[in-house]
Design a protein. Structure first.
Length: 70
């Protein structure tokens, strides 16, 4: 979840960060039932519903819907 606050320095762009965030959401989804601190994951994913990358936004929405959080 630290990727969200990572500085943007070449060659890393905001778009790269958004792609990584989307990949993190997929990983969280695979292991969500095993995660103890679900609140921090849910908070992180909820913020991504407004992500500028559509694919990441969709992943966040699917995660929340699948886990009945929305």
């Amino acid at each position: 979840m630290r990727i969200e606050k990572a500085p943007i320095k070449p060659p890393i762009t905001q778009e790269c960060k958004n792609i990584l965030i989307g990949k993190a959401i997929l990983a969280f989804d695979d292991y969500f039932d095993q995660i103890k601190n679900k609140a921090s994951i849910i908070s992180f994913v909820k913020k991504q519903v407004n992500n500028t990358r559509n694919a990441t936004k969709v992943k966040a929405e699917k995660f929340l819907k699948k886990n009945r959080i929305m």
